[in-house]
Ligand binder design. Structure first.
Ligand code: GRF
Length: 214
């Protein structure tokens, strides 16, 4: 992957954005966050970006005539800031073909479960309801299938007997904040490939039509 410029998409709190900002500041993430885009003007994460001196942009999806138009606008803004990696950080929108095609194998998402368990909304409540003893956090490449792209990094978190949705979410969040910068760094470092669902470091052994090198 050429270049180490990140664009971050948020919708709300922005604690994962803040984790990326701190990792850049202390050298764990060798990159520049060039732009933070929110689809909501009231996202508190925009404040984290402004405090860190990062350019912000509000692109309200309701102002666009279609999902594709919105995704094209996101892609234009991300390209204009020179982004080579896009990090979704609590961005509550499905990413469609115009954005996926503009950044092939270059969009990351963080999800609060050990995927493929509990995709979609409120993964922590899903985990509690299911009664699993271990949940966790996942960073994955984004594809057209919700929360199903190649997994770059995961961290387990035990589910305790007295956990509520919020206590479990808080412990998972600690792991999200730890692995998201590490996964972004690994992806920016390149030297990895994707074969089927599988993300691996190193060159792939054999060529297959659906595989791609970083
Ligand atoms: C996180 O739990 C993330 O895994 C999920 O949305 C939440 C965003 O939190 N995709 P924040 O906005 O980063 O604080």
């Amino acid at each position: 992957m050429n270049g180490r410029t990140i664009g971050v998409l948020i919708s709300g709190r922005g604690s994962n954005l803040q984790a990326l900002i701190e990792a850049v500041a202390d050298g764990r993430l060798d990159a520049r966050i060039a732009l933070v885009i929110s689809n909501r003007a009231d996202a508190t994460g925009l404040g984290h970006a402004r405090t860190a001196g990062i350019e912000t942009l509000v692109l309200d999806h309701r102002a666009f005539s279609s999902r594709d138009e919105y995704d094209r606008a996101l892609a234009r803004a991300l390209r204009a800031c020179g982004a080579t990696l896009v990090c979704l950080a609590g961005f509550m929108r499905l990413v469609g073909p115009p954005l996926l095609e503009a950044f092939p194998n270059a969009i990351l998402n963080v999800h609060p479960s050990l995927l493929p368990a509990f995709p979609g909304v409120d993964a922590q409540a899903q985990a509690l309801a299911h009664g699993v003893r271990v949940s966790g956090a996942t960073v994955h490449l984004v594809t057209g299938e919700l929360d199903a792209g190649p997994i770059v990094m995961q961290a387990p978190v035990p589910v305790l007997d007295d956990d509520t949705r919020d206590t479990l979410a808080a412990r998972i969040l600690i792991e999200e904040h730890r692995i998201y910068p590490a996964a972004a760094q690994a992806v920016l470092d390149g030297g990895w490939h994707v074969e089927g669902r599988r993300w691996s470091r190193g060159a792939r052994a054999t060529r297959s039509p659906e595989s791609a090198d970083a």
